[in-house]
Design a protein around this ligand. Structure first.
Ligand code: GLP
Length: 242
């Protein structure tokens, strides 16, 4: 594991964007695994800025996102489809048809997951997977469980995740109860994993993920076994490190 210590959120975002840029420059037709949540927003902003300056070209890049709420339409401003267009896709030269998310509008969970596994397989696997860290240690929407799910599956969101994510919705009842998420097996098969973490609120779970026992109770702990893991975290998030 390589740990990059950032001063604050801006610094974390710039360092993470640098790592993603290096990937895109070294392999212009790479497959980027992307993430939602508030943590990567600054990273996306920085990538957009460098794209606008002419330093980055996404024309050959394919993207696959980690997850999507089940039941939200694409035009719902809380869907991850909407989030990704708003925060990145609409602002860079990714080609239409080369950015993928699980289909939250597909009511048949088995079909939605099967189709998404096929998309990832067809893309040839993931070169770099960007991850945020959930308050309960989830990655994507892989919630604490008694095993590490392999491929895309439908999850019941835990009360703590619904609580954490309700800030984006008008009220807690509006948060979907289920989501489709890439599995831990798929995330672990990414050639490189980039975990971004910011803020004191994540300090304890980051310590547990990186230095605690590897257990599906803390899904991110599996990353300790990844052969090319980069963690970019700010001082506040690193305040509980051993
Ligand atoms: C959601 C997403 C995760 C993300 C997590 C943390 O639950 N499914 O991929 O990592 O939120 O979000 P934040 O970065 O806002 O703390």
């Amino acid at each position: 594991m390589r740990l990059y210590r950032a001063k604050d959120y801006e610094d974390m975002s710039r360092k993470a964007a640098n790592i993603i840029s290096a990937q895109v420059i070294m392999k212009p037709d790479c497959v980027l695994g992307l993430a939602t949540g508030s943590t990567p927003i600054g990273t996306y902003k920085q990538l957009i800025e460098w794209y606008e300056k002419g330093d980055l070209d996404f024309s050959e890049v394919t993207t696959v996102n980690l997850d999507e709420y089940k039941g939200l339409t694409k035009d719902n401003d809380q869907s991850y489809y909407y989030f990704m267009h708003d925060n990145l896709f609409n602002h860079v030269n990714l080609q239409k048809g080369r950015s993928f998310l699980p289909d939250g509008t597909e009511p048949d969970s088995e079909k939605a997951c099967r189709d998404y596994n096929a998309v990832i397989r067809q893309a040839g696997g993931i070169d770099l997977q960007l991850l945020g860290l959930g308050n309960n240690g989830h990655i994507g929407f892989n919630e604490p469980a008694d095993h590490f799910p392999q491929e895309t599956h439908c999850v019941d969101l835990t009360p703590s995740t619904i609580e954490a994510n309700k800030r984006f919705f008008a009220k807690a009842e509006d948060v979907p109860r289920q989501a489709y998420t890439m599995g831990i097996g798929t995330i672990m098969s990414a050639k490189k994993v980039l975990l971004v973490v910011s803020g004191e609120g994540k300090a304890k779970i980051l310590r547990d993920a990186l230095y605690g026992p590897v257990t599906p109770e803390v899904p991110a702990s599996i990353l300790q076994f990844h052969k090319d893991l980069c963690v970019v975290a700010d001082e506040a998030a690193l305040s509980e490190m051993p």
